[in-house]
Design a protein around this ligand. Structure first.
Ligand code: XMP
Length: 530
């Protein structure tokens, strides 16, 4: 098979668990990246299509006997090199610097201080974007959060190198020999917690290595399709769709990768969906050419929710039921596919924020973990970020309104009712929420807001409707903008808009006497109420 020759960043793997992410991040910025073992022959690295080389992290100590070493000829190729963590230590070790065991292991978030002067960039922030393009930190701020994970540390930097960035515990958090285009970072730019990690890798690939951006969404798709085929073979796959972006993109990938008879798509209605949601989702999926079985399990979910007020209990009940019903559909040797994304698999990021260590994500329920052990779970999106999944969705022909659908939590309206869930409360919340979203759409604001929803406060307030006093529920409206979901701002609607929504809800929804708009930021507030 002839392969197109892309400009490529070659990643030498020294055994880090996250090496794959380096390639993903670079490809996300449309540059082809390939991972090879650290002992790959030098001829391969000398290939003219290889525009730059990255040394990955790894668990070893560079001075330990038997630790993976790099062929020193790599430094004579004249190609740009970036060493990450162990990779940085390797290049320091090889080029005449010194690496030692640190006084203590540095693990977790650190604040990085970029040394502008050393890097030849003006210290004045307003001049930064025009900084030198050979700077690894081009287009990133002087202070930024990075993720560290190392025991050893560079104690002396090799000749010709300058310090490019420091952190409290790493005086050599980044070093650079710009003349030879050799760069090193002690932190991990490839992991989620490093704020500007993707930008740093992009700077290396595009500006420093001058690799052309030839890796497009089309290539993402064909790669994912091949992965699915290789993993699934002739087995059957059960895929549960929610109608959200991730599971829909995955359904389209499965459709492309496998014969129809090998895939069973199911949509589980848990009874806490929004107004007409089940119907709309089914119609949308059909339009995309997907055959989906509608499993109406609403009664099975609502019964055990009766009288339950505590949010985590609600989540557990819904999560359990979901898994129970899903597993009832996965037979004998079937595989299960999940639209798990990279942020979903990072343990320290719980859906409820860092303070809460209980991860309620059903993608990692015990039954699923068991299947993962048996190699029966297909998760081709698990190294992708949401924006990358959207790009794939677009390539697969998903319409914008599906690609830009607001997130909706699995436990749905159950966690939007701030008390126990009843049929009447569900009706009220559904109607109010639908009015809010309809007005947001009519005002052309849907894509300006990241997530918008109504919640129902079960304490009641007095109102006057006609001549009668009514004792009704309060509806809380929340609309936020965010990119990372860890911080969020409330959306500044015009007062007229809010007035119109409030009027419609109080007048059209029986049982509501008050409408409140929430102007709490996250933090300290969360996006959802419970
Ligand atoms: P919070 O309320 O923690 O929400 O600021 C952050 C994001 O997570 C979503 N969310 C959930 N998603 N199951 C989910 O699938 C849940 O239990 C859950 N709780 C919150 C929320 O909608 C927001 O996008």
């Amino acid at each position: 098979m002839t392969q197109e020759k892309f400009d490529t960043i070659l990643i030498l793997d020294f055994g880090s668990q996250v090496t794959q992410l380096i390639a993903r991040r670079i490809r996300a910025r449309n540059v082809h990246a390939e991972i090879v073992p650290f002992h790959t022959p030098i001829e391969r690295m000398a290939d003219p299509a290889i525009k730059g080389i990255i040394f990955s992290g790894g668990p070893a100590s560079v001075y330990a006997k038997g630790s993976p070493q790099v062929n020193p000829e790599v430094f004579d190729l004249g190609k740009p090199i970036l060493g990450i963590c162990y990779g940085l230590q390797l290049l320091a070790h090889n080029l005449g610097g010194k690496v030692e065991r640190g006084e203590r292991r540095e693990y977790g978030k650190a604040e990085l201080h970029v040394r502008n002067k050393e890097e030849g960039i003006s210290l004045r922030p307003e001049l930064r974007p025009r900084g030198n393009k050979n700077n690894l930190f081009y287009k990133t701020p002087p202070k930024q959060i990075v993720w560290m994970s190392h025991g050893d540390a560079v104690r002396k930097i090799p000749r010709g190198f300058k310090v490019a960035a420091t952190s409290a515990h790493s005086p050599y958090a980044s070093i650079a020999d710009r003349a030879r285009k050799i760069y090193g970072v002690q932190f991990h730019p490839e992991v989620w917690h490093t704020e500007y990690g993707t930008q740093i890798l992009e700077n290396f690939a595009k500006n420093i290595c001058k690799a052309r951006a030839q890796w497009t969404a089309k290539h993402f798709v064909s790669e994912a399709v091949q992965e699915i085929r290789a993993q699934v073979g002739k087995r059957h796959v059960v895929h549960a769709l929610s109608g959200g972006v991730d599971s829909t993109v995955l359904a389209l990938l499965l459709k492309k990768a496998l014969p129809a008879k090998q895939v069973k798509n199911i949509f589980i209605d848990n009874g806490v969906l929004r107004l007409h949601e089940a119907k709309e989702v089914m119609v949308n999926l059909k339009k995309l050419g997907l055959t989906v079985q509608h499993v109406d399990a609403s009664k099975e979910f609502l019964k055990p929710l009766e009288g339950v007020v505590e949010p985590e209990t609600k989540r557990k009940i819904i999560g359990r039921k979901f898994i129970e019903i899903l597993m009832g559909n996965v037979h004998a040797k079937d595989m299960l596919s999940q639209g798990t994304l990279y942020p979903d698999v990072i343990e320290s990021v719980s859906v409820r924020g860092p303070s809460d260590t209980i991860k309620t994500h059903h993608n990692r329920a015990p039954e699923v973990l068991e299947l993962i052990k048996e190699g029966r779970v297909v998760e081709p999106l698990k190294e992708f970020f949401k924006d990358e999944v959207r790009v794939i969705g677009k390539e697969l022909g998903m319409p914008d309104e599906l690609i830009w659908r607001h997130p909706f939590p699995g436990p749905g309206l159950a966690i939007g009712i701030l008390g126990d869930v009843t049929e009447e409360r569900l009706r009220i919340l559904r109607e109010a929420d639908a009015i809010f979203i309809e007005e947001i759409r009519n005002a052309g604001l849907y894509n300006k807001v990241t997530e918008a929803f109504a919640a129902l406060d079960t304490s009641r307030a007095v109102g006057v409707k006609g001549d009668e006093r009514e004792y009704g529920y309060m509806i809380l409206l929340r609309a936020i903008t965010t990119t990372d979901f860890m911080t969020a701002d409330w959306y500044p609607f015009e007062p007229e808009f809010l007035g119109r929504v409030a009027n419609r809800i109080v007048n059209e929804v029986r049982g509501v006497t008050r409408v409140l708009y929430d102007i709490t930021q996250k933090p300290p507030g969360t996006i959802r109420y419970m």
